[in-house]
Ligand binder design. Structure first.
Ligand SMILES: Cc1ncc(COP(=O)(O)O)c(C=O)c1O
Length: 502
């Protein structure tokens, strides 16, 4: 994908008649962004490296490496090379680095934002819990209802391609999580997919009995593991250790690790590559929960050698409430993994109506029952937006947004304690702060149009979703939060009454 310099990206995506037309921000930029783009182009041409490959973002976050030519500043220093021209330019214009980075991106985030329905007067920082409505989703779902269900009736399974949808859309998600086509399928809920992946992985390591997880994992994952152990009996146990202890606990009793890459409460991120390598060296298989990773940061399932992965689509992937989950099985296991939830659509020939289960080929066997066609139609509308997006750009912008938020809140709200790792390379795309009155503070914020959420016992959670979150959103959220804290606006009985969903 060539580096395309785009002018006129509006902060809020509004007020632009054309996608690439000149905008105020570009006009008033103190640096010549075209010069940066030109430098990158010529530099990359010299090095003959392709544009558009995912840059290892964690490395970029740590080293300040150049995202267009794939050499980190540190690698170049080691090789005795000077920084690339664009990085040198960036170093010389430190104060403008944010604007330069944005100019270097190939993803037009103003254009992606314009494709979501975002209610007026709301700053939405909860896309890590439920993504907003893609504008095209209502029309796409209406079409599935009226034209497909309405007119095609049952012939829609063939004529509208409903039966292939879980694989077709799985392939589009695969790109976002570093998986090969044909390795991801959609369906069921994430809890179900956790069970399915875990059961298959355990069966593939029959001499061992321990599932290793951590205390930061999402409770449903732990509950599913506990339920599975109870069903299996025969000495199967779930062992949970502190997240930072996982490494040390990986001994020769562990059959499978069950870990969520990004902690749902704090945003702390496990090193997937390192843990997967260590697990394999210890003879264990890995199941990764990508609920807070898919669409939040670059994931490299194929590169890390992960065995199984699961995730949901209603958070960063914006499929709507109740959207289906996905499951990934590494190609080397796909024909060996046996599904414990052996439903008819995972059968080799569902319409043979055999009385005995025979698993389908590859990832198809991880299907269970009838796919949620209407919800998949909504997901399709969201994936149309994702198709034009570079995960490297998402990560770069996510880091910029989260850093801005941390700086702003820490400067304005000394009573809030940062619960997320300070180093952006060690966290996902959310920022959490602790406060004993976290619930009431969040309700006061929501009442003022800033939507995040609360996780017991004391976590205020804010999600940063570059597809539609802007720097202006961050500035506005910090301002409202500062006022809520400075004037103790949270201290009202109605903000302390817990609702069913927090
Ligand atoms: C990390 C993680 N795992 C599992 C789940 C459970 O997902 P579901 O309700 O779709 O089963 C969630 C829900 O938010 C989650 O965040």
């Amino acid at each position: 994908m060539p580096l395309e310099f785009r002018q006129g990206k509006g902060e809020d995506g509004k007020g632009k008649k054309t996608r690439h037309g000149p905008g105020n921000q570009a006009r008033t930029a103190r640096i010549d962004q075209r010069q940066v783009a030109r430098l990158h182009r010529s530099q990359a041409r010299k090095q003959q490296k392709p544009y558009g490959r995912a840059f290892p973002l964690a490395q970029k976050a740590v080293t300040g490496g150049c995202p267009r030519i794939f050499d980190s500043a540190a690698q170049r220093r080691k090789a005795g090379k000077p920084p690339c021209a664009a990085c040198a330019f960036q170093i010389a214009h430190k104060g403008d680095s944010l604007r330069i980075r944005e100019a270097m991106m190939t993803t037009d985030f103003a254009a992606t934002r314009a494709q979501f329905h975002l209610p007026d007067g709301i700053i939405y920082l909860d896309g890590n819990s439920l993504g907003p409505l893609p504008k095209a989703a209502a029309g796409r779902v209406a079409r599935a209802v009226t034209e497909e269900w309405g007119n095609l009736l049952i012939t829609g399974w063939n004529k509208a391609g409903w039966m292939d949808q879980p694989i077709r859309l799985g392939n589009r998600i695969a790109r976002l999580i570093g998986a090969a086509p044909g390795t991801v399928v959609l369906g069921d809920t994430l809890s179900i997919k956790v069970y399915q992946a875990l059961a298959s992985a355990l069966e593939m390591n029959p001499a061992r009995r321990v599932i290793l997880s951590d205390t930061g994992n999402f409770p449903s994952d732990l509950y599913m593991a506990q339920g599975l152990c109870r069903t299996l009996g025969n000495g199967y146990v779930l062992k949970t250790v502190a997240p930072e202890e996982v490494d040390h606990a990986l001994d020769r009793t562990v059959a499978v690790t069950l870990l969520t890459e990004v902690d749902y409460r704090t945003g702390r991120r496990h090193d997937m590559a390192a843990i997967t390598a260590k697990a394999h060296a210890a003879g264990a298989l890995t199941v990764w929960d990508l609920a807070h990773s898919a669409g939040a940061l670059p994931v490299d399932l194929a590169g890390t050698g992960a065995d199984f992965a699961v995730g949901c689509t209603y958070k960063y992937l914006n499929s709507g409430p109740g959207g289906p989950a996905f499951i990934y099985v590494a190609p080397r296991h796909a024909d060996a993994a046996r599904p414990a939830l052996s439903g008819w659509l995972g059968h080799e020939e569902p319409f043979a109506f055999d009385l005995t289960y025979r698993p389908g080929g590859g990832i198809e066997r991880m299907r269970v029952g009838t796919p949620p066609v209407l919800q998949l139609a909504a997901l399709e509308a969201s994936l149309d937006i994702w198709d034009g997006v570079s995960m490297a750009d998402v990560r770069a912008r996510s880091i910029d947004l989260t850093e801005q938020f941390v700086r702003g809140v820490e400067a304005a709200c000394p009573a809030l304690v940062l619960a997320s790792p300070r180093d952006p390379a060690r966290r996902g795309s959310q920022i959490s702060f602790r406060h004993p009155q976290g619930y009431a503070i969040m309700q006061a914020l929501i009442a003022r149009g800033v939507i995040g959420d609360f996780r017991a016992p004391d976590i205020l959670r804010f999600g940063f979703t570059p597809l539609y979150t802007t720097h202006a959103d961050v500035t506005g959220a910090v301002r409202v939060l500062a006022e809520v804290m400075a004037k103790a606006l949270w201290d009202r009985p109605e903000y302390k009454m817990r609702a069913r969903v927090t």
